[in-house]
Design a protein around this ligand. Structure first.
Ligand SMILES: NC(=O)c1ccc[n+]([C@@H]2O[C@H](COP(=O)([O-])OP(=O)(O)OC[C@H]3O[C@@H](n4cnc5c(N)ncnc54)[C@H](OP(=O)(O)O)[C@@H]3O)[C@@H](O)[C@H]2O)c1
Length: 332
């Protein structure tokens, strides 16, 4: 083991700009937690881009290494639960927020954050899934509890994004009829390849009338964008429909009335993969490694090294990414 390791360090300049660079770090900059992990793969998520741009709701203290996902091998452990040399994955909790994260060759984390890599997944596949995969799995799990595959169309918003594309792929694998809503007119083929039956323009979901109820179009929905789109979906669910909410790229305000709830008995279910308890986390990763594993994860991924992060961060903030960005720590 060298004395130093490479990481994507974000610093705050005197004129309040946030600049990310690949730099060598000393090991004593890492927190003194239970398990030291050699990271093989990470991924780029919307939240990582917010952290890299100095968003105080995500990261308070700089310099900082973002990265809410890390997949690698435990190289030192103070815990009986995770032995040295165990392949592991870490997503969420405080990783990459105020604890230095996975865009780095090493992380040091509490043992309670760690999931042993389930049989059926490689470290690379686990990183392609990452937080987006866990969030998609939690969303599908909530929907599946109430909506059968023959109930009608299931809408997925932000469908070319990380959570969206993995939700499309898992739902299709489970036999649901998936309608993918996107802002990208040139991604029809991609969405159909991963399992969408039909694609629609997301503008169709941005209703600005004040109608309390719209035509009941969806048996269920996985919403990853929030804002007026989530409000429109709530008013467009069929009787007893379910919509899960995990994201806010289209806005953090939700405007609706109680009518869809009291006249159509709809269900709005919040999804959180960050603090998701370990038992549920383990069961979701078991499913992602087996019957829910998308058939061809490789069609959804662009692989980059740490030095390509600045360009990808700009793109994800502008909603220009399709699928998942895999960060391969062996790449320069
Ligand atoms: N609650 C949780 O635990 C949790 C976990 C993970 C992620 N999230 C949140 O879920 C959301 C999606 O995360 P992600 O990692 O999948 O992000 P992502 O890969 O950047 O995907 C977001 C997608 O949303 C669509 N979009 C972008 N800007 C939009 C806008 N202004 N209006 C409507 N749609 C827009 C785009 O898809 P199209 O071009 O196809 O429309 C984009 O690809 C984020 O808000 C993230 O913070 C929450």
């Amino acid at each position: 083991m060298n004395n130093q390791f490479r990481g994507f360090l974000v610093t705050q300049s005197e004129d309040d700009r946030f600049i990310g660079r690949v730099v060598e770090q000393e090991f004593d900059r890492l927190p003194d937690n239970d398990v030291l992990i050699r990271v093989h793969y990470s991924s780029l998520n919307y939240k990582d881009a917010l952290s890299a741009k100095g968003n105080r709701g995500v990261t308070r203290n700089f310099p900082h290494i973002p990265g809410i996902d890390a997949m690698g091998i435990a190289v030192k452990s103070k815990s009986d639960r995770i032995a040295k040399d165990t392949p592991v994955l870490v997503t969420g909790f405080d990783l990459g927020m105020n604890t230095w994260g996975g865009l780095s060759e090493y992380i040091c984390v509490p043992v309670d954050w760690i999931v042993p890599l389930p049989e059926g997944l490689t470290l690379e596949e686990a990183a392609i899934l990452g937080t987006a995969g866990l969030t998609a799995a939690l969303s599908v799990d909530a929907l599946q509890a109430r909506i059968q595959p023959n109930a009608g169309d299931i809408l997925v918003t932000g469908a070319t994004g990380g959570v969206g594309s993995l939700s499309v792929a898992i739902l299709a694998k489970l036999g649901y009829s998936v309608v993918a809503a996107t802002g990208k007119s040139d991604r029809d083929e991609f969405l159909k390849t991963i399992g969408a039956r039909e694609t629609i323009d997301r503008q169709e979901l941005d209703d600005t009338t004040k109608k309390a109820l719209l035509k009941g179009r969806w048996a269920g929905a996985i919403d990853t964008v929030g804002g007026n789109i989530l409000g429109t979906i709530a008013r467009s669910l069929q009787y007893g429909g379910v919509v899960t909410a995990c994201g806010l790229v289209a806005g953090d305000r939700l405007t609706t009335t109680v009518y869809p709830f009291i006249l159509r008995g709809i269900n709005l279910i919040g999804i959180d993969s960050v603090q998701c308890p370990l038992a549920l986390r383990l069961s979701m990763w078991e499913k992602l490694a087996s019957e829910w594993k998308p058939d061809d994860l490789r069609t959804m991924v662009t692989a980059i090294g740490l030095s390509q992060l600045p360009e990808s961060i700009e793109k994800i903030l502008q909603g220009q990414i399709t699928g998942r960005i895999l960060v391969d720590l062996a790449k320069h």
